[in-house]
Design a protein around this ligand. Structure first.
Ligand code: NAG
Length: 631
């Protein structure tokens, strides 16, 4: 596996170091008889291909969990080194006792081990996991072991990552069957004579009951009765496997294509066209409304003879002495915008990396690693934006602002993750983030991100606030009652519909990959959708800000942030809907985990879109009030 440091070096040396392949993705050439390692990853609940099956759990279990009773390698399992992102996203990779040699022992029946004393408690634990549709995740030469499935829509064959722990198809109250035999089909490609590369790993699991002693092993699932674990007696389980080498035309470079099967590309296109239509419609509408009325307003305002009575003023011009008045809680606002800017920078750079193909699936967890590294390095952006905005709004306690910008969001995230971790530990899951990883994150945060944020804040304060185009009056104006739809919460919900509407089809795939461990590699679609969401958020927020200024409501700062972040409320609603429709979580811990991660996601989305809305409105308000002539 690869290490984060290698990624960093790889990014620096990018193309030159490994002529044709991306970092961490050089092919391994095997010679005949060479050992091919099989690694085992944590067991995950599986969402199978058909539509009516729901995800039943959120918890991962270590392959070598003592209750699962899998065969261990000699000398005990050894943990493989992994990247930060891979660990955070639940990978726990160990070595295994499978003895696989390139092109040798083709099709012979091998006994892995016989577990003699599977207790009733073990049996119950295993049966419960089978009922929850748990899948085994193996890795051979960086490729996940998969089951071959047929896409019912297109009749195409594709590799579905992971394979079933057992067979749960029988009647509900009956005991499920445990798969204790694996046909491992290794597809190899021979680029030059005598050199072999692994280009596909398929596993056909089967359940072979009857006598479980090593001597009678036959590896013939055809006429075998299934192995059903009795939950009342201590019994033995024999694990067997058969390796089949099968030649393939697939070259090494395209070996991932079968795995990254996009279920229905038309859905992505539909989603994209849907969002583009929304965006074009919106942008045209907004620019027409704004351009026409604003230019009319401006020429009217400026045409008024200065000697005339001031009473002639109307609409947004009336509040010119108020728009740049310091909003309530300027510190909280600037902290939120600063953190939002840091997140925006992280998301954009990560998407660029993804589009350039750096986040290849063979670098496990590279997406999460790149996100964490970017977030850390963009601490300076957060500090700078926050400090300048704070100065612009006339804040005075710069140190407090800088301190809060650097600490408050990481503290919240850390606290939530820590609590969820406790739940995972209680549930005996392997998904709990290990202490070492927690420590690494704290070091990244305190050692790199927080100091960078402080440096950013220092420069931000040094550059000072952006001068306002119009002066602020001494005495605040009275605010007339505003229409109902401009009430802050109503505006947030209303304006959130459009960005959310532009993204919700793609959101389904993102949710499935986050929560149901489905691979997601449609980064092109994702980047376009993200762009559309940003544009929609900005335009809608500008429109609403214009409306409230016209209604002589000048407290626009907080409203702009809330209006921009409106889509987060819809995201929350969608997450709850997804829970109802696609998940059937039976354990309390799973529910807590799902809701906890959902809330974190919503919080981050709120900060990002709120910041986009606020910055766009700020830009528009400045443009607006710089254009008019004020006596
Ligand atoms: C292994 O056996 C299968 C059939 O069981 C055969 O199709 C394949 O060609 C064999 N592979 C090698 C390398 O001998």
């Amino acid at each position: 596996m690869y290490r984060p440091s290698r990624l960093l070096v790889g990014l620096g040396l990018a193309a030159c170091a490994q002529a044709f392949y991306l970092p961490g993705a050089a092919p391994h050439n095997y010679v005949e008889g060479e050992q091919v390692d099989l690694f085992v990853n944590a067991l995950t609940p599986m969402l199978s291909g058909s539509d009516d099956i729901k995800l039943k759990s959120m918890i991962n279990y270590d392959y070598y969990n003592p209750r699962l009773r899998f065969c261990e390698p000699e000398g005990g399992p050894k943990k493989q080194s992994e990247s930060l992102g891979s660990i955070l996203f639940g990978d726990r990779i160990f070595n295994s006792p499978y003895d696989i040699e390139m092109l040798r022992k083709n099709g012979t029946c091998e006994v892995l081990c016989v577990q003699d004393d599977v207790t009733p408690e073990d049996a119950k634990f295993i049966n419960d996991r089978i009922r929850e549709d748990y899948a085994l995740n193996w890795i051979v030469d960086g490729l996940p072991a998969a089951e071959m499935k047929v896409d019912v829509r297109t009749n195409e064959l594709f590799f579905d990552m992971g394979f079933n722990l057992g067979d749960n198809e029988g009647p509900r109250n009956e005991l499920p069957a445990l798969n204790n035999h694996y046909d491992i089909v290794l597809k190899y490609h021979e680029p030059t004579p005598g050199n072999y590369r692994v280009v596909g790993v398929l596993v056909w699991p089967a359940s072979i009951g009857g006598s479980q002693d090593a001597a009678s092993a036959a590896c013939d699932p055809e006429n075998a009765t299934p192995l059903i674990l009795d939950e009342t007696i201590t019994q033995s389980v024999r694990y067997t496997y058969k390796v089949i080498w099968s030649e393939s035309d697939t070259p090494w470079a395209t070996r991932w294509d079968n795995y990254l099967h996009i279920f229905d590309p038309r859905i992505h296109w539909f989603s994209l066209i849907n969002s583009l239509v929304i965006v074009v419609f919106l942008c045209v509408m907004v620019s027409m409304i704004l351009l026409r009325s604003v230019s009319r307003d401006i020429s009217r305002y400026n045409a008024i003879d200065l000697s005339e009575d001031v009473q002639e003023d109307w609409g947004w011009k009336l509040v010119h002495g108020e728009v740049f008045r310091t909003p309530t809680n300027p510190t909280v606002l600037s902290v939120m915008v600063g953190n939002g800017a840091q997140l925006c920078a992280m998301v954009s750079v990560t998407l660029v990396f993804a589009l350039l193909g750096f986040l290849s699936p063979s670098n496990r967890g590279s997406l999460a690693t790149v996100m964490i590294v970017c977030w850390t390095l963009f601490g300076g952006v957060g500090g700078y934006v926050s400090a300048r905005l704070y100065a612009t709004m006339g804040g005075t306690d710069r140190r407090k602002n800088a301190f809060l910008t650097a600490t408050i969001l990481p503290t919240i995230i850390f606290a939530v993750v820590f609590l969820l971790n406790l739940f995972l530990l209680m549930a005996g899951s392997s998904g709990a983030v290990p202490f070492g990883t927690m420590l690494a994150i704290v070091v990244l945060w305190f050692g790199i991100s927080a100091p960078l944020s402080a440096v950013g804040a220092y420069y931000g304060s040094k550059h000072g606030g952006v001068p306002n185009p119009v002066r602020v009056n001494q005495i605040p104006r009275q605010i007339p009652p505003t229409p109902k739809y401009l009430h802050p919460w109503a505006a947030a919900l209303l304006s959130g519909i459009l960005p959310f509407g532009a993204a919700f089809v793609e959101m389904y795939f993102v949710m499935s990959s986050l929560f149901a461990s489905r691979a997601y590699y449609a980064f092109g679609f994702l980047a376009l959708t993200a762009g559309v969401v940003a544009l929609t958020t900005a335009t809608v927020t500008i429109l609403f800000t214009y409306f409230i200024l016209c209604a002589e409501e000048y407290r626009w700062h907080w409203r702009a942030f809330l209006t921009g972040g409106g889509s987060a409320f819809w995201l929350l609603a969608y997450g709850l809907f997804y829970w109802m429709s696609r998940l059937s979580l039976d354990s309390f811990s799973s529910v807590v985990l799902y809701l906890g991660y959902l809330l974190l996601l919503v919080l981050l989305d709120f900060l990002v879109t709120g910041t986009i809305g606020f910055v766009a409105s700020y830009w528009a308000v400045r443009r607006l009030y710089s254009a008019i002539r004020i006596d």
